[in-house]
Write a protein that binds this ligand. Structure first.
Ligand SMILES: NC(=O)c1ccc[n+]([C@@H]2O[C@H](COP(=O)([O-])OP(=O)(O)OC[C@H]3O[C@@H](n4cnc5c(N)ncnc54)[C@H](OP(=O)(O)O)[C@@H]3O)[C@@H](O)[C@H]2O)c1
Length: 379
C-alpha cells in the first residue's frame, strides 16, 4: 500500500502543522531529526506511519540469511522485500515468512523506490553501491568495514548511541561483530564508573569469516587444506583475524579499538586488543579487562548489567553458570559472566562476554537500527 500524492501546498501546510504539533507533543522526537524542517511524509515514515520497501544486498550470505530470519521474527511494516546478491545467485529462491522470494543480481539501479537497504556483501560492494543507494534516496545500513570510520557516517549500536542514527546523510554503519557485543556490555559501566583503560582478548568463531570460514572448519576437520584461513582451524587457534598492519596489530584489533572509541564518543580512550580465531562455528567470546576511574561494588556492577538493555548476566560459579558460545547461538542478547575484581590494578574488573556474531554482531543490530528509524526512536 503506497500513500497517495497530495498537492505540494497542502503538504507544506500539513508539514508545518504537524511539526508544531510534534514539537509541543514530544520535544525529544524533534531533537532527534537533523533538520528543523521535517517533511510531513518523512515524519510519518519515521514514526512508522507507512509501510517501507526494504532491500537486502548479500541476501544469500550468512548475514543476509540471518536478516531474513530476524525480519521474519519481527512485525515490521514491510511493503516489499528485494533480495540482491551476485549474478551467481540470480533466480535463487529464499524463503521469507513462508513465501518464496527470488534473488536478483545487484545493479546500479537496484535501489529505485527502496526506503532502506541492508548491506552485507563485503566492503568492495559497499564502497561502490552504498553511495548509489543513498543517492537514490534510500537509507543504507552497511555491515561491512567500508564506511565505519568515515566521520560523516554514524556507527550505531542501538543500546549505546541510538541518537547517532539520526545524524545520517544516507549511510549508517553497523560496527564489527566483536565490537558490538563489547560495547553493549561496557557502555553502562562507562556511564557509571568512567572507563580508564580496556584490554580486549577475543575468541572468535569461524562464521565471522562468512560461509568460507564455516567451510574451512569442516574441510580441515576432514583433513583437507584450508582455503580461507592461513592455517587449518580444526584443533587450532589462529591469532590473526584480517591483515597485519605496520604496527604489528591486525586490522580486526584496530577495528575493535577505533570503533569502540567512535561509538562511545571517547576518541582518546585507552584500549588494546588481541583477536584470535577459534574452531567454534558460531558466537564470539571475549575476555574484557577494564579499569575504571571510580571505585565499584561487584554486586552493584552485576545489578547494573542485569538491568542494561540487551544484556543478560549469567554469573554463578557455584552452579557453573557462565556464558557459552553454544548457548548464545541464535539469540540477540549479549551474555556477560565471570565477573570478578582484578586486584592487580586499582578499580579493575574482568568480564567474559559472549554473543552470536551473525545475529547481534551483524543482522539483528542492523535490523534494530532500521526499527529505530521506522519508529522515530523515543530517545
Ligand atoms: N559473518 C559475520 O559474523 C559478520 C559480522 C559482521 C559483519 N559482517 C560483514 O557482513 C558482510 C557479509 O558477511 P557474510 O558473513 O554474510 O559473508 P558471506 O556468507 O560470504 O556472504 C557474502 C554475500 O555477499 C554477496 N556478494 C559477493 N559478491 C557480490 C557481488 N559482486 N555483488 C553482489 N553481491 C555479492 C554474496 O552473494 P553470492 O552468494 O551471490 O556470492 C553473499 O550474499 C561482510 O562485509 C562482513 O564483513 C559479517
Amino acid at each position: 500500500m503506497r500513500i497517495p500524492k497530495i498537492p505540494a501546498l497542502a503538504m507544506e501546510k500539513a508539514c508545518d502543522a504537524f511539526t508544531v504539533f510534534v514539537s509541543g507533543f514530544n520535544e525529544q522526537t524533534c531533537v532527534a531529526f537533523p533538520s528543523p524542517k521535517i517533511k510531513f511524509w518523512d515524519m510519518l515514515f519515521f514514526l512508522g506511519g507507512r509501510f517501507v520497501k526494504l532491500a537486502i544486498v548479500g541476501a544469500t550470505g550468512l548475514v543476509g540469511r540471518s536478516f531474513l530470519e530476524v525480519l521474519g521474527e519481527k512485525n515490521l511494516p514491510i511493503e516489499e522485500l528485494k533480495l540482491l546478491a551476485s549474478e551467481r545467485s540470480e533466480g535463487m529462491k529464499l524463503s521469507f515468512k513462508g513465501e518464496e522470494l527470488s534473488v536478483t543480481a545487484l545493479k546500479e539501479d537496484s535501489f529505485e523506490g527502496i526506503d532502506i537497504a541492508l548491506f552485507s556483501a563485503g566492503a568492495k560492494i559497499s564502497k561502490i553501491f552504498a553511495p548509489l543507494g543513498a543517492k537514490a534516496g534510500c537509507i543504507v545500513i552497511d555491515n561491512s568495514s567500508c564506511w565505519r570510520m568515515d566521520p560523516e557516517v554514524p556507527l550505531v549500536v542501538p543500546e549505546v548511541n541510538p541518537e547517532d542514527a539520526f545524524k545520517s546523510k544516507g549511510i549508517i554503519a553497523n560496527p564489527n561483530c566483536s565490537t558490538i557485543q563489547a560495547v553493549v556490555a561496557l557502555a553502562p559501566l562507562h556511564k557509571t564508573y568512567g572507563i580508564k583503560r580496556v584490554v580486549y582478548s577475543t575468541y572468535q568463531s569461524v562464521s565471522g569469516a562468512g560461509k568460507q570460514g564455516l567451510d574451512d572448519l569442516e574441510r580441515t576437520q576432514n583433513g583437507l587444506e584450508p582455503l580461507k584461513f592461513p592455517y587449518p582451524i580444526a584443533n587450532n587457534i589462529i591469532p590473526q583475524i584480517d591483515i597485519f598492519l605496520p604496527d604489528g596489530y591486525t586490522k580486526e584489533e584496530e577495528k575493535m579499538i577505533e570503533e569502540t572509541r567512535k561509538i562511545m564518543h571517547e576518541p582518546d580512550l585507552r584500549i588494546t586488543a588481541t583477536c584470535a580465531r577459534v574452531p567454534v562455528a558460531a558466537s564470539h567470546s571475549e575476555s574484557i579487562n577494564v579499569e575504571f576511574y571510580s571505585p565499584f561494588d561487584l554486586v552493584e556492577v552485576k545489578a547494573l548489567l542485569a538491568s542494561s538493555p540487551g544484556v543478560v548476566v549469567q554469573d554463578d560459579p557455584e552452579s557453573l553458570l557462565y556464558p557459552l558460545p553454544a548457548l548464545a547461538k541464535g539469540h540477540d542478547e549479549v551474555y556477560v559472566g565471570r565477573l570478578r575484581r582484578d586486584p592487580s590494578v586499582e578499580n579493575g574488573l574482568n568480564l567474559w562476554v559472549v554473543a552470536d556474531n551473525i545475529r547481534k554482531g551483524a543482522a539483528s543490530n542492523a535490523v534494530q537500527i532500521a526499527e529505530l528509524l521506522m519508529k522515530g526512536a523515543h530517545l
